[in-house]
Design a protein around this ligand. Sequence first.
Ligand SMILES: NC(=O)c1ccc[n+]([C@@H]2O[C@H](COP(=O)([O-])OP(=O)(O)OC[C@H]3O[C@@H](n4cnc5c(N)ncnc54)[C@H](O)[C@@H]3O)[C@@H](O)[C@H]2O)c1
Length: 257
Amino acid sequence: MSASAFEGRVALVTGGGSGIGRAASQRLAADGNAVVVADLNEESAQHTVSLIEAAGGKALAVRADIASESDNVRMFDAGEDAFGGIDLAFLNAGMLQPYLPFDQVTNDMFDRVMGVNLRGTFLGLQQSLARLRPGGACVVTSSSAGMIGFAEAAAYSASKHGVVGLVRSAAAAFAARDLRVNAICPGMVLTPMNDFAGSDEVENADALSNPDYRGGLSAQHVAEVALFLLSQRAAGVNGQAQLVDAALLSSFPPLPT
Ligand SMILES: NC(=O)c1ccc[n+]([C@@H]2O[C@H](COP(=O)([O-])OP(=O)(O)OC[C@H]3O[C@@H](n4cnc5c(N)ncnc54)[C@H](O)[C@@H]3O)[C@@H](O)[C@H]2O)c1
């Protein structure tokens, strides 16, 4: 079959080489989408692709730094060349900063975190708006730290607040192209970002168990909500930020003691 004869939908996932992005890539592929797995770490992206292919799905690995404008263009080019077009974008890649009190955050650290998490997501949104096929959708990954401050990670928190601002601001332009854009705001997720090994396994989505109240979530708990927002079942949802945090921010005191 020539690549352009692919008849399912095509999804692009950034940060697809690990954690939430890997789980989302696997689940999108299991649902019949071809997946462009973009990641700074090409080896990890390739590993996600091999997991998808072993399960009978279609995927392509692309090395891309979301902080680079040309890499954002190139990852969309690669998906269009391989599969004929892109319908869904999960702009999920991001970086954490070292935990430090506010007055010890350096200018360089602030600029790097903003360059990846905020400007990088902005660049991906610009490409998504211009290039997703009408009827498609975009989801970006913010954080519970995009809803409340984070005393030990000010640059990270500010960047994730900014991502929510981008999504709310972009909703009108996306709607004008018959597209939608939403944010997810995960709480504590058990991925390599938090020094958890993560898992290469995805479970039956309808049989996931609930995380503990205010406890850690699996990458798949978060990925399933991203898939819902990318799907037409969420056709009425545009410009929103959805917490996926097992009630972490639901009541006072704000964080478990
Ligand atoms: N793990 C959590 O508790 C948590 C909570 C809230 C939000 N988030 C957000 O979820 C997203 C995914 O995190 P995760 O927990 O799956 O982490 P992870 O470390 O498991 O995966 C992140 C992936 O993004 C890639 N990446 C990093 N910088 C990149 C760049 N500049 N360009 C392209 N790829 C890049 C990494 O190589 C890695 O494969 C991030 O945006 C993160 O900020 C995570």
